[in-house]
Design a protein around this ligand. Structure first.
Ligand SMILES: [Zn+2]
Length: 80
């Protein structure tokens, strides 16, 4: 397993355990919770870091700055 694989696994665990939240300070969480309650198509002011498609503030904060497609693809890849 190379280093990139290790990194991917770590990221996956963070998302699955919810430990991601714990790495944030209280203020960061407040900021994030704002977008958590937003809809997936609200505030489409950002771009997917993979395919450059327009994404919402929610996706930026909660989908690793990726559109739903790229986010899901990455998860499926990681789980293979
Ligand atoms: Zn994308």
């Amino acid at each position: 397993m190379d280093e990139e694989e290790n990194l991917k696994d770590d990221e996956d665990e963070l998302w699955e355990d919810g430990a991601f939240i714990e790495t944030l300070g209280p203020k960061d969480i407040q900021e994030k919770m704002k977008t958590f309650h937003k809809k997936h198509d609200e505030d489409m002011n950002y771009n997917c870091k993979k395919c450059n498609k327009q994404i919402s503030a929610h996706n930026k904060d909660w989908h690793n700055s990726m559109c739903d497609d790229c986010f899901n693809n990455q998860h499926f890849e990681d789980n293979v």
